[in-house]
Design a protein. Structure first.
Lengths: 333, 548
């Protein structure tokens, strides 16, 4: 559906987006993940036609849309804070694009109710945006963007303006809505949780470039370098002897560096890495430990709930091999 | 590239208009000073600048403006606090009424002060008529509202928590004011003060009516030089001096305003109940209001007195031409005709100023996509603000000497006066509209575009609902400004087709009790009209109106 070919965006001397190429098949959701200032929002705006390209091409359904103005691209853009039109009711906001297309009134109102139903705001049609909560506004923005069945939905950090509980709930809803509507979507975010909650594919961006892209589980299992691993939520990266010790304990082939998640080490009598507990903290899910592992150094680890471990005790750690990722040697970031 | 070209196309209209109606007259005026017998010769200008009278005029302009500015700030601060932070009953109405002195025609205010301070006036015993004190009082009368509004808006949107934190640390209300509040208000105060100074230094009608020939400022001196002794070179020299000083001041004011725009954030704090410590501020505010109301009320009373008794005779006389020395009237047309001329002129000036102002505001507020576009935009921005930097008298005089030859012979055009007034009102319109347009999140337009709205449709959806009230308010403001405009009009209005301010000035210049009574009545009518327009505008509650 969407193809980016060597897309660059420059502001004066700074290159915000540097020769990015991406493919997004129809019906899939691609998340562009990167720290703030990496150029991901600029990339999204370039796809929307809001930033002129310095070079490269944007293709939609095989046709070059590089110089097509925003309003003729048929890509709906949903902003971080919704950007509802404040003087229009919820229903009028959702119907906005339908009115532009001169959809007859009865069809239009049917479609609006259907969409409000879809986003769970059926009773709110006549409210004004200012009377809605942040989450509700985001849902209206989504309904408004979906109204004309855009061939591509562009989402700019759709959940980051919301608080944690709301974010989790809306993420699940959003995913469901996108799947049901069969929408192709491009989403940019700095939050890997948001990306995992919504996307099928992932592109990691840093300093204007895409450093890694692929199916979400592929990227997740094999981060291309240390910075990517850390950005994807790995807690630490081990090198040299420390990495070798852990790899050996997990029965894995040797590698130069190893990214480990917080829960990669489990306190277990059958474990093969001895360690001294530095601190222990009980959380609702598990007991979180910070340990000093022999020959490895400081590590995060977990123990099952109910285990009585205290600072200064000796424990053994088992390596959960699904929660570590070997990194290629030459990609030290 | 295409965007920059589009921008230039959009800007072409206003640029052309401003080029012909502003740059041409002003350069024509300036050239008068520097060219003698077809040759460039700056000696004449230097010669003029060396004259003792010019020194005296320049010095008087500076010190009277400085004193008036200081007084405006000192008197305006307590009122800004009381009217914008305290829950005083009727504060909205008072705030609206405060806008009236600012838009009152300058000639009217001059007449009102003469009526108050002159022989036989309630304060005649003070012997202030025709003194610098009277001029300064008149300037303060005009400009104190600017301070109250600008500082009040800043005070209103000031976060109260730092002050509360200071109080919790043991600071008394006075210490809070001195250590927390005033420093936070400083940008607004300095910004307001520099604008007030600018208004004072270029004030025309008020100084001319109260100071006459004895106390001239640069602005009135230019007028006197051109109309009474026809020393165009000296007038041009003074214009150049004034343009340089004013543009410098404006640049300074723009920088200071940039520090904190009181209209940018409208997070307002709810007004709080009056405490004991607020009493001095409230008392000073009441005093200020009385002082502002006195000349106006006295003017109304005076207009209703004929030969020591109450009468509407002065108003009835407006249908005539006054009392001339040689048997005919003091005027060529009845005052009522002048009133119609004024209204018609103001309507024309309003739509012109509005069209120009809207185009300019749209141009300067759109987001730039490329550095080239940004440069073009900032050049245009500065260009469009130029009329603020040039005095109305210079502009009027420039019109007179440059737009009098084909293909631009506008001397007899009915549009000459409205065009000059529109240029004078233009900065007012732009200042009202720019904060509103700049306050619209550009992403709203982008959201509309991404939903399939073409650019014009995006403007209808996003800009129009937000901007129609400010447009209406700006029109009212431009209308009021045009009704009272005197500086440029005094040059351009023909004797057989004058506006009301011109007529009033002529009437007070003619001897005769009837003429003076008619001037008072005409002043009241004009003042009532502008006040009605401005109070209607104030009802629209547009925060950027009157924020300079």
């Amino acid at each position: 559906m969407l193809e980016l070919r060597d897309v660059s965006v420059r502001y004066g001397d700074t290159t915000a987006v540097d020769r990015v190429s991406l493919d997004l098949p129809t019906g899939e959701v691609l998340a562009v993940l990167g720290p703030s200032g990496c150029g991901k929002s600029t990339l999204l705006r370039a796809v929307a036609g809001l930033e002129p390209l310095a070079e490269g091409r944007v293709l939609a359904d095989g046709a070059d849309v590089t110089s097509t103005p925003t309003h003729r691209r048929g890509f709906a853009l949903m902003f971080q804070d919704g950007q509802l039109f404040p003087h229009l009711s919820v229903a009028r906001n959702v119907a906005y694009a339908l009115r532009l297309q001169r959809v007859p009134r009865d069809l239009r109102s049917a479609r609006v109710s259907e969409l409000l139903e879809l986003v769970g705001l059926a009773g709110h049609a006549e409210r004004l945006p200012a009377t809605l909560s942040g989450g509700e506004r985001q849902r209206v923005a989504l309904a408004r963007a979906l109204a004309v069945e855009p061939r591509l939905l562009l989402l700019d950090e759709p959940l980051s303006a919301l608080d944690a509980t709301l974010r989790e709930r809306l993420a699940a809803d959003l995913r469901g809505i996108l799947t049901r509507a069969g929408t192709t979507a491009l989403l940019v975010t700095h939050d890997h949780e948001e990306a995992f909650a919504l996307a099928d594919r992932l592109a990691v961006m840093r300093a204007g470039r895409v450093v890694q892209s692929g199916r979400i589980d592929e990227v997740w299992r094999a981060p291309v370098d240390e910075a990517t691993a850390l950005f994807l939520g790995y807690a630490r990266v081990l090198r040299g002897d420390a990495a070798a010790t852990v790899l050996a304990a997990g029965g894995l082939p040797a590698a130069a560096a190893l990214a480990v998640r917080r829960s990669a080490f489990v306190a277990d009598d059958a474990g093969r890495v001895p360690a001294t507990v530095r601190s222990a903290r009980v959380t609702p899910e598990q007991v979180r430990l910070v340990v000093d592992a022999d020959g490895v150094g400081d590590l995060d680890a977990v123990a099952p709930l109910g285990s009585l471990v205290a600072a200064g005790e000796r424990v053994s750690l088992r390596v959960d091999v699904t929660r570590v990722a070997a990194l290629p040697a030459d990609n030290r970031a | 590239m295409r965007r920059t070209a589009g921008l230039l196309a959009l800007a072409a209209g206003p640029v052309l208009v401003l080029g012909v109606l502003f740059v041409l007259p002003v350069t024509g005026m300036v050239a008068q000073g520097f060219w003698a017998d077809g040759r460039f010769d700056p000696r004449g200008v230097l010669d003029v600048l060396g004259r003792p009278r010019v020194h005296r005029v320049a010095w008087f302009t500076l010190w009277s403006s400085a004193v008036a500015t200081t007084a405006s700030v000192l008197l305006g601060m307590p009122a800004a606090y009381a009217l914008h932070r305290l829950a005083l009953p009727g504060r909205r109405a008072v705030r609206a009424a405060l806008l009236v002195p600012f838009v009152l025609p300058t000639v009217v205010v001059g007449v009102a002060f003469r009526q108050l301070l002159g022989e036989g006036g309630p304060l005649g015993g003070l012997g202030l008529d025709g003194t610098p004190v009277a001029i300064i009082a008149g300037l303060v009368f005009f400009n104190v509202a600017v301070v109250v509004r600008a500082v009040g808006a800043a005070w209103e949107s000031l976060d109260p928590r730092p002050g509360e934190a200071a109080a919790a640390l043991g600071a008394s209300p006075w210490q809070v004011l001195r250590t927390v509040t005033l420093p936070a208000l400083r940008p607004a105060v300095v910004g307001a003060a520099s604008i007030v100074f600018l208004f004072c230094a270029t004030a025309f009608g008020i100084v001319l009516t109260l100071g006459g020939v004895r106390y001239a400022t640069v602005e009135t001196e230019i007028y006197l030089l051109t109309t009474t002794i026809y020393d165009l070179r000296a007038a041009a020299a003074l214009s150049v001096l004034q343009i340089l000083v004013v543009v410098g001041l404006l640049a300074l004011a723009a920088r200071l305003r940039f520090a904190a725009d009181p209209t940018a954030s409208r997070v307002t704090t709810a007004p709080r109940r009056v405490r004991r410590s607020d009493w001095p501020a409230v008392a000073l505010t009441v005093l200020l209001l009385v002082a502002l109301a006195a000349p106006v009320l006295n003017l109304v009373v005076g207009s209703l007195r004929v030969d020591g008794g109450w009468s509407t005779g002065n108003y009835r006389a407006l249908g005539g031409t006054g009392d001339g020395s040689g048997g005919g009237g003091a005027l060529l047309v009845p005052v009522t005709t002048a009133l119609l001329t004024s209204l018609r002129t103001a309507v024309d000036a309003t739509w012109m100023a509005l069209l120009m102002g809207l185009a300019v505001a749209l141009i300067v507020t759109r987001r730039s996509h490329t550095p080239g576009e940004r440069r073009v935009r900032s050049v245009l921005d500065g260009f469009f603000m130029l009329p603020l930097g040039v005095s109305a008298v210079t502009l009027g005089f420039g019109f007179l000497i440059t737009l009098d030859q084909p293909p631009l012979d506008l001397r007899d055009s009915a549009l000459l006066v409205p065009m000059a007034q529109a240029l004078v009102a233009l900065p007012l319109v732009v200042r009202t509209l720019v904060p509103v347009l700049a306050g619209i999140d550009d992403r709203q337009r982008q959201a509309a575009a991404s939903l399939g709205a073409p650019p014009w449709r995006a403007v209808l959806t996003v800009d129009l609902p937000v901007v129609w009230r400010p447009v209406l308010a700006a029109s009212g403001f431009a209308f009021a400004a045009s009704l009272g405009e005197f500086g440029a009009t005094s040059f351009l209005a023909r004797d057989d087709n004058p506006t009301v301010p011109v007529v009033i000035f002529r009437l007070i210049g003619h001897p005769g009790e009837m003429n003076y009574g008619m001037a008072l009545a005409a002043s009241v009518v004009l003042a009532a009209t502008t006040a009605a327009v401005v109070l209607a505008v104030e009802r629209l509650r547009v925060p950027s109106v009157g924020a300079f």
